[in-house]
Design a protein around this ligand. Sequence first.
Ligand code: 5CA
Ligand code: ZN
Length: 412
Amino acid sequence: MQPWSSVPVPKVPGTARPLRLFDTAAGEVRPVTAGRTARMYVCGITPYDATHLGHAATYLAFDLVHRIWLDNGHDVHYVQNVTDIDDPLLERANRDNEDWVVLAMRETALFREDMEALRVVPPTDYIGAVESIPEIEESVGKLLASGAAYRVDDDEYPDVYFRHSATGRFGYESNYDEATMLELSAERGGDPDRKGKEHPLDALLWRMARDGEPSWESELGPGRPGWHLECSVIALNRLGMGFDVQGGGSDLAFPHHEFSAAHAEALAGDHPFARHYCHAGMIGLDGEKMSKSKGNLVFVSRLRGDRVDPMAIRLALLDGHYRSDRSWTADALTKGTARLARWREAVALEAAPSAEPVVERLRDRLSDDLDTERALLAVDAWVDEALCRRGGEAGAPAAIRDAVDALLGVQL
Ligand code: 5CA
Ligand code: ZN
């Protein structure tokens, strides 16, 4: 698939800071020790509805990771998928009596536009599940051959499942106990009650064709891929094992990232799939998680349609720690809009207090597990001083404009 258009990222003078991020597997903030090319996989959308502010917040968090790596002089190999075939997409298309392919294409196009408007640096590889079916099919074959996978005991639909215990390390990513895993698996797309499985946690790899469902011819028999394997294969075949960051919202910590890791580790006979597993908190509205199934959504495209400046949306979403569950409120947007106006006023001045200490502070805050709240306060302090003191260095306003653009992705 085509990713969205590239975003220019200015070079910022001074010294970048190495990134530290919370790793779900380790349960602590640890240095991210990327090589010359930093490698990241972030789970993409399931395109059955428009991008809401929860999705946007998650992609913004990983956009900051990308920007910090660029500041540190890394090349970045960033891969993102699109789950353009899966149950939720088919359910929505059926409900609305719509062609699932057209639905997926439309929502993916809208997502690209939203990401572009929010100035998210695009992935290097933007890959759909459907276009990856040959890779996925080959991987299911390998897992069957190695004994990591089996067919369920069901003559009509001998679907292929993954033995969750195949690598002997299952659970290292999420650190949940089995009771929690079973509960979350039932809530988040798993099928613990599927007849014929060896263990309720085992995850679907290849679903044999059912009447009325799309399917693809394959040596496994006609069918379609399971969700977790899609991300394992897309990441593994492009980034290889041991890439730096696997990202997504906290609802993906289990079962999705646990199984993506286990599938890839079983395929490669190596460990770990990713060296950091990073999760953004859930954005809610009125105290409830914003989700397509709850219908309490605020869409990025709707706000754009209402002529809200995407940079104000960006500032509103960055005004909270990426790992904390938080709420979207009208006040957050009002505050983001006012902040944007003041920052723009300050960078339009002819002279202002020195930029260097502010840029240092920005880098310190962001490299410390993306402490955006305090990063924004550092810019606020400079803006307050610039607007009330007037005068100072002629180059300072442009230097701040570039640093805010490069490091926070906010174009002033
Ligand atoms: N296609 C899969 C991942 S392979 C998927 O989860 N798609 S999604 O469209 O449901 O979500 C896309 C991303 O947004 C995921 O990282 C998910 O964790 C994140 N996300 C979903 N809802 C929220 C929310 N309310 N707040 C923050 N992030 C969210
Ligand atoms: Zn994924």
